[in-house]
Design a binder for this molecule. Sequence first.
Ligand code: ADP
Length: 469
Amino acid sequence: MKILFLASEADPFVKVGGLGDVAGSLPYALRALGHDTRLVLPFHSNLNTSGLNMHRETVFTVPRNGSDEPVQVSHTEINGLPIYLISGEPISKTASVYSPIPHVDGEKYTFFSMAALELARRLEWAPDILHANDWHTAPAVYAMYLKKQNGDPLFAKTKSVLSIHNLGFMGAGSSEQLAAYGLPPVTDEALPAWARHMPLPLGLWAADELVAVSPTYAEEILTPDFGCDLDGFLRTRSATVTGIVNGIDYSLWDPSADDSITAKFNADHLDARAANKAALQKRFGLAIDPSIPLLAMVTRFDPQKGVDIALEALRHVNDLPWQAIFLGTGHANLEASARRLEADLPDRVCAVLRFDARLSREIYAGADIFLMPSRYEPCGLAQMIAMRYGALPLARAVGGLRDTIVHNQTGFLFAGASPHALSVSLRSALKKFPNAKTWRAMQRRAMAQDFSWARSAGQYVELFEALIK
Ligand code: ADP
């Protein structure tokens, strides 16, 4: 199959969140399964292309409000995967992957989506599958639908798949930009009126198949609690909604070969792991004591992630021994709350408010319990990485967390999105911690789970094959 894979970010060029991990590994896994996959990314100003051989592939224009918007395309290859980077004024205008100004991103990603489709034409490469991800590339799905309606032969046989990594971000505030690139609102009343001119809903409406990034999230988005007011519409499309959990790249996340950590280890040599915990305790001025459970969170500081729930819950279990490290950045009020907890409990809590990939690895390798009290979690990668590194996740039973963690076997799950629910669950986990034998058995089970892309990519391939049959 020929698979055109579109995303706003991808490791190793640039990674803001989990989507960067996904787009930085799934295309390679699809290619490894024998499919001609090609990745197209915006050439953001902050893209890291060091060490890569870049060639100018082609230049062309896309129509915008009656004039022509110039597009330049560079080409490179990583491990045999062809990668096209799209440049143009709407992309070079901003310094970051995502802008806080809605119409700026609306312009950037509608331009990118249109240019990516036009690129396929320039390459004379008719894809079997157009695989878009989240709102940023959803306009490509809608645009291709319109092109097919208009009898465009290039896409006559192409099927579209839109992966939903986060339903909450829909690209609001870009309707003018959609219109400028020739993408009118739909009139179908199945979509709520407010959604008929928004990138993600248009993609959800036009795609041949929708993939939620976990089976539980696929069910949740059909309900009012998680459906972001599109649940009614999505229920009309439920026959085309599938759930496929994301994977992690096992070569990039491997505690037995990770040069960022103090001591490498594997499931058969868990003793070596202790040095990583001790190094963290030393570095952050915590008591260097293997018997004190070390809790950790590595996350965007966003209400979604329940950072506030965790900070509050820790105050409720102050009578038990534990230490905690928070690594993350984001909402100012959450950062301030983390600083307050650190100030109130300086011997126990450390808040590192930045993005630090290396430190995140040291934390996965040294923490005992990894907290993820998410309010919603489409898939979540951090819990998979934590398990791979022997840090047991303690997480809310939502979305992908529910699908990837087995309660009391590979981690701990709790139900409510409240400090009380988390503190009850944490108390029970902290009681188990001193029993080294049981704890180790759980760590080994967690480390033995298969969250590799090979499995998930296989599921995507099955879905694609069924679609084009
Ligand atoms: P999301 O995509 O919603 O942010 P995921 O759990 O799917 O959440 O993926 C988050 C990824 O970003 C993980 O690889 C995690 O380690 C990483 N990450 C998040 N915050 C930080 C940080 N402050 N420093 C380093 N890595 C981080």
